[in-house]
Design a protein around this ligand. Structure first.
Ligand SMILES: [Zn+2]
Length: 285
C-alpha cells in the first residue's frame, strides 16, 4: 500500500518556495491534482487553515476531488514566527502553550468543517513540529492520526498514550532533500553548518533526477518487503524543480500500485474512550 500526501500552504505565508514561484502554491496544487486524478491515485492533502479563509476558490477544487482527503496543517504555519521562537525558548514548545495550540488546532478543524461539511481525522504539523502537547490536543479534538516526522524504519501507525496514532513518513521527503528554488548547493551547505541538520535519510540534498531514483527505489523496496510506504511530496516543490516531469515518473509507478488515504490507515480499534480503557485494563491484568 502507498499512502501519498501533500502539504499545502496559504500564499500569505510567503515561504522561500512561494517567493520563487510564479503562481500561488494552491495553483501548483491544482496542477498536481490534475495528474493525481488522471492517474487515479488517492492523495491526503494537509492544508493550512488560512487557505480556507483566504483562498477558498482554489482550496475548494482540492476539497471537491474524489481522489483527495483533507487533513489539517496548523492554522497559519506557525506565524508570527517570533511568537513561536519565544515559546520554544521559554516553554520548550515551538507550537506554543497548550491553550494556544488547542485554539490553533480547533480553528483549523472548524474552518475545514464549516467549508466542506466534513470533520477531519488526520493531521500533520507544519515542519513536522510535534510538540509536548500535540498528542493530547489532537486526541481531545478527535484527530485519529498524525503524520509528523521522518522514520525510515517505521511502517505502521503507532498509538501515543493519548490514543492518537503517529505515523511518520518513511520515504525520503522532497523539500529538505532537494536542490531547488532558494535551496542552492551554497544555501544548503550554509544551512547544514548552521543547524547541523539531518533526518533519518541523512543530511544530503539531491537534484531532482537523483532524488526521484531514490524515491522509486525505496517504494519498490517497501513493496518487495510487503510493507506500506508513507510518502510526502509537495506540489510547489515538484513545480519548482522541473514542472512535474520527475513527479510524473513517480506517479507512473504509484498508479500501478494500491493507494489509500492516511485516514484509511487508522487502526479499527482507534482512540475511542473504550480503546483507552481497554488498554489500561489490559495493562493491569
Ligand atoms: Zn508545512
Amino acid at each position: 500500500m502507498i499512502y501519498l500526501s501533500a502539504d499545502i500552504h496559504h500564499a500569505s505565508l510567503h515561504t522561500g518556495n512561494q517567493q520563487h514561484c510564479d503562481i500561488s502554491e494552491l495553483n501548483t496544487a491544482k496542477l498536481f491534482l490534475k495528474r493525481i486524478e488522471q492517474a487515479q491515485v488517492k492523495l491526503t492533502c494537509f492544508v493550512t487553515g488560512r487557505c480556507f479563509l483566504e483562498e477558498w476558490a482554489d482550496t475548494q477544487v482540492l476539497c471537491q476531488s474524489d481522489w483527495v482527503d483533507i487533513g489539517g496543517h496548523t492554522w497559519s504555519g506557525f506565524t508570527p514566527q517570533i511568537w513561536h521562537r519565544i515559546c520554544n525558548k521559554l516553554l520548550a514548545s515551538y507550537n506554543g502553550p497548550y491553550w494556544y495550540q488547542y485554539l490553533d488546532t480547533l480553528s483549523t478543524i472548524k474552518i475545514i468543517e464549516s467549508k466542506t461539511g466534513k470533520r477531519i481525522t488526520c493531521w500533520r504539523n507544519h515542519m513536522y513540529m510535534h510538540g509536548p502537547h500535540t498528542d493530547k490536543i489532537l486526541s481531545h479534538l478527535g484527530i485519529k492520526l498524525c503524520s509528523d516526522g521522518v522514520k525510515r524504519d517505521n511502517f505502521q501507525p503507532l498509538p501515543s498514550k493519548y490514543g492518537v496514532y503517529n505515523y511518520p513518513i518513511n520515504i525520503i521527503p522532497d523539500h529538505e532533500h532537494l536542490y531547488h528554488a532558494e535551496r542552492s548547493p551554497q544555501w544548503v551547505e550554509h544551512w547544514q553548518k548552521r543547524y547541523s541538520w539531518s533526518d533519518d535519510f541523512g543530511s544530503e540534498s539531491y537534484y531532482i533526477q537523483e532524488w526521484t531514483e531514490l524515491v522509486l527505489h525505496q517504494l519498490k523496496t517497501c513493496e518487495a518487503q510487503g510493507r506500506d510506504a508513507n510518502i510526502l511530496i509537495h506540489p510547489i516543490t515538484m513545480y519548482l524543480c522541473d514542472k512535474f516531469q520527475c513527479f510524473d515518473k513517480i506517479l507512473d509507478y504509484i498508479s500501478t500500485r494500491e493507494t489509500a488515504w492516511l485516514c484509511e490507515a487508522i487502526p479499527a480499534s482507534q482512540s475511542s474512550p473504550a480503546y483507552i480503557k481497554d488498554t489500561e485494563d489490559t495493562s493491569h491484568a
